[in-house]
Every structure is written in structure tokens, then in C-alpha cells.
Design a protein around this ligand. Sequence first.
Ligand code: B12
Length: 229
Amino acid sequence: MSQDTIARLKENVIQGRKTKDDEGVDDSLSGTPGVLELTRLALEEKVSPDIIVNHGLTAGMQVVGDKFATKEYFIPDMLASAEAVGEATAILKPYLEASNSEIKGKFTIATVKGDIHDIGKNIVATLLRGAGYEVVDLGINVPTEKIVQMVRENKPDFLGLSALLTTTMLAMGEVVRELEASGLRDKVKVLIGGAAVSDEYAQEIGADAYCVDGFHAIKMVDTFQQRKL
Ligand code: B12
């Protein structure tokens, strides 16, 4: 029944129902398990955390975004879903962080200036910790100067930048340019992610890679680290 659980999870993210006590957008699921109960159920059913994240939580959020774009949903609807997904991610954290061994490298991550979306960034940070990276999370709406200063002082192997808005993605290009101007560009690999960006945009601004999700980011950083050996 795990497929059914993931489908229900996605539907409850769309409805913004955190628990069985929530009504949701249209009241049709009242009394049935919400996002938190279904996340726990999926874990009990041994569904892998990447399926829960990608096919349940993220897929649901994608639909929420589409409904916002067509004005079927408004900010409070997006917020209700975001809160539910944020708490579900906290439940998944120990499973996503599970594996690990010795530190493979240093990763600094930030949501760029002007942007406050952090659910995806937090998932990426958690997954990378689980994969053996020491992660410093600078948070949301982080000014370019602060990011560059962090690279200068902490010397991470990787810098991850997140942006979900077509307006704020421009700050990613600014970070890359400032790293160049400060003589730091060749000291750090820059990875970008978030709904607004793409492979093409990574190339355009001179980032080292675009990652579609956190699992992709793990593959990418592991590959970069192996190339160093
Ligand atoms: C939830 C949400 C919100 C919440 C955010 C809560 C929070 N704590 O994050 C709230 C309600 C606050 C919000 C506000 C706004 N939002 Co909003 N939001 C969303 C929504 C529905 C989901 C985002 C999300 O959490 N997805 C789930 C996570 C897991 O996925 P993800 O973020 O993409 O991250 C994954 C990958 O992208 C990748 N990744 C992400 N970052 C990084 C970084 C690195 C280094 C790597 C390797 C990978 C990586 O890995 C992640 C994990 O798999 C999106 C719709 C969408 N399609 O994305 C709109 C969306 C991003 N929002 C949008 C808009 C317009 C806004 C507002 C401007 C609305 C307004 N008028 O005020 C404000 C802007 C606020 C600001 N200044 O940032 C638009 C952006 C349109 C555009 N083209 O610019 C979208 C696309 C909705 C839409 N279709 O119109 N939003």
C-alpha cells in the first residue's frame, strides 16, 4: 500500500493538511491522516526517504505552486503546505542523515539575497550532512558580501546557492562575479538549485553545476571530490 500512502501524502500537501485535525483547502479529507501521520506511515511501510521527499512532499509542493500561479491558491495556502512539509522534513531528518562516516568535505549553503524560500535548501543541507559533508547553513536572504566573506574565511570545498524566484536568481550571478573579483572563484565549486534555475542558467553565470535535488547534489559533490584524488 506504500504507493497509495505516497499519493495520499502528495494530496495532503496540496490540501495543506498537517494532521488529521486539519480541514484543508476544500474539507474533503477531514478526519483522515494528514502530512505528518502519512510521513510516519510511509516510514513504517519502509518507503525510502527519497521517494517520500520527491514523490510525496516535493511533488505536492509543485502542484501548490501551480495553483498559486493560476490564482486558485493564495499566500496562506502556500504557507499551510510549507509548514506541513517543513515539519515532515523534520520527521525525516534522522533517516536522511542516517549513514555516515568521516567528513568528506566542507559545504556552505545559502538562499540568496531577497529570497526567503528555505524548504528545499534545508533538505539539501540535511542530505549532504547524511552523505558525510560538514555543512554550514547561512540561512535565507543572505547578502552576497556575507557569502563571499564566508568563502574567504571558512574555505569550503563547495558553495550551494538556492533561489526560487526569477528575480532573486540574479543574485547567484552576482555571487559568482564577486568571487571572481575577490580571487576566490577557483577555490570553491559553486552548485546552484531551486525552481527558478536550470543547467543553462548555471552555464550562463559560470557556476560549476545545477542540481535538480539533494540526491543529485550528493552525486555531484562526490564526483568533484573523487576527481581531486
Ligand atoms: C512554499 C512556497 C512559498 C512559501 C515559502 C516557505 C518556506 N519556508 O520556504 C512562502 C509562502 C513564504 C512563499 C513566498 C513567496 N513565493 Co513562493 N513558493 C512556494 C512553493 C509553493 C513551494 C517551494 C518549495 O518549498 N518546494 C519544495 C522543495 C522541496 O523544493 P525546492 O525548493 O524546489 O528544492 C529542491 C530542489 O529545487 C533543489 N534545490 C533547491 N535549492 C537548492 C540549492 C542547492 C545548492 C542544490 C544543490 C539544490 C537545491 O533541491 C531541493 C530538494 O529536493 C513554490 C512553487 C514551486 N514550484 O517551487 C512557490 C514559488 C517559488 N513562489 C513564488 C512566489 C511568486 C512567491 C512570492 C513572491 C509570493 C508573493 N507575492 O509574496 C513570495 C516571495 C517571498 C520571497 N521574498 O522569497 C513563485 C515564484 C515565481 C517566479 N517565477 O519567480 C513560485 C514558483 C509559485 C508560482 N508558481 O508562482 N512561497
